[in-house]
Design a protein around this ligand. Structure first.
Ligand code: NOJ
Length: 605
């Protein structure tokens, strides 16, 4: 087959550059720090706040605008800190409140904004409120802060409804009365150690206004809102036969099912693209209209501190028009774009999700966000090396078919360069700037994701949470001075260490830092987007954002780079032959028009 050339000059405008004053979060690149796995200062094998503070220079040098930290609050760590026992305290594992203050101060000195995690859907069962609820008994105001209900059937022995927990098993646990008899049930959409709060209760609402102010007073710039689509449940808690999941179930409607092996989920590049990724979660516990009242309320709390504080929703909802409701003018500022994260490495599908995302947010006047990895999903350097070539897949474990590491990394670099070339704000997950793959070989008995014990996930999410490598020759690759690490690091991770990559011009770290510098220089975050409608290869995605042309080749055939373009950055080496420059498969470039080029970006060369 003769490789096709890019020869069209037709463009389709999707969005225009942002005019006027833009808040920082409109365009920010926000780096997710997973505190237990970033940097361990005291050698106990768990990362901590002083460790983060000591490594903030890395983020400033990389060129991001902000960091978001997963929870570091006081917690029994039943779900890695997403089970909060005290929202105003730092867990001993991570340090002290003074360490949090020092971290925020240092970040601000370096010009980095700080976003922290807020977990309002549930507390820990070790929160003082839950202990009080158990002690106070049925019908008490203490129990009214949660969802306590009598069971169904004889002696109330059946759960109040048929809901499943996201982590597997029933979403209800029965309590035991002080006299040892079986008592009421309480609702937990996640682990039994994460009882759901009742957001119909004004006391709950007031408490969280106060928690927001507590951290705003300490100088944080924003909050990532955990389970933002789950806080309000449908009146009467009606039965629902479906099952909710964050990962693995909703590959794409009709193409993958729960429990299907990765090797069975095959990626067919010629298959028709589904109109929109369905993230599922359509049950009576998700995306209820009442959640929006909470965010309008919080918007007003943040506004007390000026216009530059922000909220970002973790809301696994679809369609994108429903997600856009979370970022209406008087609600949150951002919502994670999981439809983009769940896409395959497929030009047509990417084009569709990018365009739909921008259009849905334009309807409500909000900028778009982009994300490829986080602490809940398979790292994209592995996801794109699986037979599915992306998608919202089950994490592979030691007994599963293994991702193709080289192919995955090649595509991940190309996907990241595409993402960073889009207008709006982008989220990075710690270690992706090093090209880290998923750690697939961690023995199941060392894994800590509570979803494994509850039967919801056979392998769980630990593979993307392994402590990251800083120095190839240091204990625990520089993560911990003693070499301790709460999850084992793969023995060959020295090759991904920051110090190995810093001086290698072709490294993933250097690619990210170059892209971030250029993104800033060309103001890509506040740019617009016009597709270049190619009459050539359907595997090639080309767009113009301001002065920069972004071309991603998701196929395997090389395509010619027009002679009118000068390449600024490329995710893999380009090829030169036939008096032309060629963009190989699984590669993205950013380019600008040559000074002497014709006005049409893709006129015949
Ligand atoms: C979403 C968080 O990202 C995830 O890690 C956590 O397990 C659930 N919410 C429950 O809080």
């Amino acid at each position: 087959m003769v490789p096709a050339a890019l020869s069209s000059c037709r463009t389709t405008t999707v969005s225009t550059p942002h005019e006027g004053e833009a808040q920082w979060w409109h365009t920010a690149v926000i780096y997710q720090v997973y505190p237990r796995s970033f940097a361990d200062s005291d050698g106990d094998g768990y990362g901590d706040l002083p460790g983060i503070t000591s490594r903030l220079g890395h983020l400033a040098r990389l060129g991001v605008d902000a960091l978001w930290l997963s929870p570091f609050y006081s917690s029994p760590q039943a779900d890695a800190g997403y089970d909060v026992a005290d929202y105003r305290k730092v867990d001993d594992l991570f340090g002290t409140l003074a360490d949090a203050d020092a971290m925020i101060k240092r970040a601000h000195q370096l010009g980095l904004r700080v976003v922290i995690d807020l977990v309002p859907n549930h507390t820990s069962d070790e929160h003082a409120w839950f202990a009080a609820a158990l002690a106070a008994g049925p019908g008490s105001p203490e129990r009214a802060r949660y969802h306590f209900c009598d069971g169904r059937g004889a002696d109330g022995a059946e759960p109040p409804n048929n809901w499943d927990s996201v982590f597997g098993g029933p979403a209800w646990t029965r309590t035991t009365n002080p006299d040892g008899t079986p008592g009421q049930w309480y609702l937990h959409l996640f682990d039994s150690k994460q009882p759901d709060l009742n957001w119909a209760n004004e006391e709950v609402r007031e408490e969280f206004r106060s928690v927001l102010r507590f951290w705003l007073d300490r100088g944080v710039d924003g909050f990532r809102v955990d389970v933002a689509h789950g806080m309000v449940k449908k009146e009467g808690l009606p039965d629902w036969a479906g099952h909710s999941s964050m990962i693995s179930e909703h590959e794409q409607a009709g193409t993958a099912t729960r429990g299907q092996d990765a090797s069975e989920q095959t990626h067919d590049p010629d298959a028709p693209v589904e109109h929109e990724v369905d993230l599922g979660n359509h049950g009576p516990m998700w995306n209820q209209p009442g959640v929006h009242d909470i965010y309008r309320d919080w918007h007003a709390v943040l506004a007390e501190y000026g216009a530059d504080r922000m909220l970002v929703a973790e809301a696994w909802v679809s369609p994108l028009s429903d997600l856009a409701k979370y970022v209406r003018e008087d609600e949150m500022q951002q919502a994670f774009n999981f439809a983009f994260l769940a896409s395959h490495w497929h030009a047509e599908e990417l084009r569709e999700v990018i365009e739909d995302s921008i259009r849905a947010n334009d309807e409500v006047g909000a900028p778009t966000t982009w994300v490829l990895s986080n602490h809940d999903v398979v790292r994209h350097a592995s996801r794109f090396g699986m037979s599915t070539a992306g998608g919202n897949v089950s994490p592979p474990g030691p007994d599963d078919p293994q991702p193709d590491t080289a192919l995955g990394l090649r595509r991940a670099r190309a996907a990241s360069l595409l993402m960073l070339g889009l207008p709006g704000s982008a989220y990075l997950y710690q270690g992706e700037e090093l090209g880290l793959p998923e750690a697939t070989m961690i023995p199941i008995e060392l894994r800590q994701d509570p979803a494994i014990a509850r039967g919801g996930e056979p392998v769980g999410r630990d593979g993307c949470r392994v402590p990251i490598p800083w120095e190839a020759e240091a204990p625990a690759f520089g993560y911990s001075p003693t070499g301790a690490s709460w999850l084992p690091q793969p023995a060959d991770w020295g090759r991904y260490a920051l110090d190995t990559q810093k001086h290698d011009p072709d490294s993933t770290y250097r690619l990210y830092s170059r892209a971030l510098r250029l993104r800033r220089e060309y103001a890509l975050g506040r740019g617009g987007l016009a597709w270049l409608d190619l009459d050539a290869d359907p595997q090639v995605l080309a767009l113009v954002n301001g002065a920069v042309t972004v071309i991603a080749n998701t196929g395997s055939e090389a395509t010619r780079v027009p002679a009118t373009l000068d390449v600024l950055v490329s995710s893999a080496p380009l090829e030169q032959y036939d008096d032309a420059t060629w963009l190989p498969g699984d590669t993205t470039i950013w380019a600008v028009r040559r000074a002497d080029a014709r006005t049409e970006p893709f006129g015949p060369d």
